[in-house]
Unconditional design. Structure first.
Length: 216
């Protein structure tokens, strides 16, 4: 095998390694723009103004087990990571040490919900800071409460995208509302690196071929 053939073989291997795999980790990124800020803004963990970029990025295992199996109309699934970025500043809402995040799939007689939410520290407290991305659909849109990929805004009756902070003593709250502009699946880092490596190697092969032809 000559050098050029070897380079092409390595490039093909890199592209094959980048092919979609059956990995269970799923990472999604929701992008939008802040449309309004309400209430006592000092309560918010992130400063925001209308027009700011707003991003929620979350990850989960698509083979996760339902946390509430006894209720067939409600599915609760753990989220591995959940980060919110406003105007370039990021806050991790869920980490291995604190915070909590979950996917909620709910079927009711009036609506169906697919939502992913996270709270700093806990959502069970009377004082909490929550980030959320919720899609509300007409009833009977979902067949069951099984974990499925986020459906996105198409066909949704209502979309909640933003932050909410609440304090009980004294009673006060604040919120950030954002307009969702895109929701995309983020490539796995390993696949992205393999794809980039394959592209670089194939590019080098083409350059080597052009140089060889020029020397003939």
């Amino acid at each position: 095998m000559n050098a050029r053939s070897a380079v092409l073989a390595l490039g093909a291997l890199g592209l094959l390694c980048a092919a979609p795999a059956s990995a269970a980790l799923r990472v999604y990124r929701a992008l939008g723009t802040v449309s309004g800020v309400n209430g006592d803004v000092s309560l918010l963990p992130l400063a925001a103004e209308p027009g700011d970029d707003f991003t929620i990025e979350f990850s989960y295992d698509d083979a996760a087990t339902d946390l509430v199996p006894a209720i067939p109309e409600i599915g609760g699934y753990p989220v591995l990571t959940y980060a919110v970025t406003v105007a370039g500043t990021t806050v991790d809402y869920a980490t291995a040490l604190e915070g909590e995040a979950f996917i909620n799939i709910q079927l009711s007689g009036t609506f169906d919900l697919w939502g992913v939410s996270a709270c700093l520290v806990t959502c069970a407290s009377e004082d909490y800071d929550e980030a959320r991305l919720n899609f509300y659909f007409d009833a009977d849109t979902f067949a069951s409460d099984a974990l499925v990929p986020p459906p996105g805004p198409i066909g949704a009756e209502n979309v909640q995208f933003g932050l909410f902070s609440s304090r009980q003593d004294p009673a006060s709250e604040a919120s950030v509302d954002a307009t969702l502009e895109s929701l995309t699946l983020v490539p796995e880092p390993g696949a992205a690196l393999s794809l980039a490596a394959g592209a670089l190697v194939l590019g080098a092969a083409r350059s080597a071929g052009r140089r060889a032809r020029a020397l003939r």
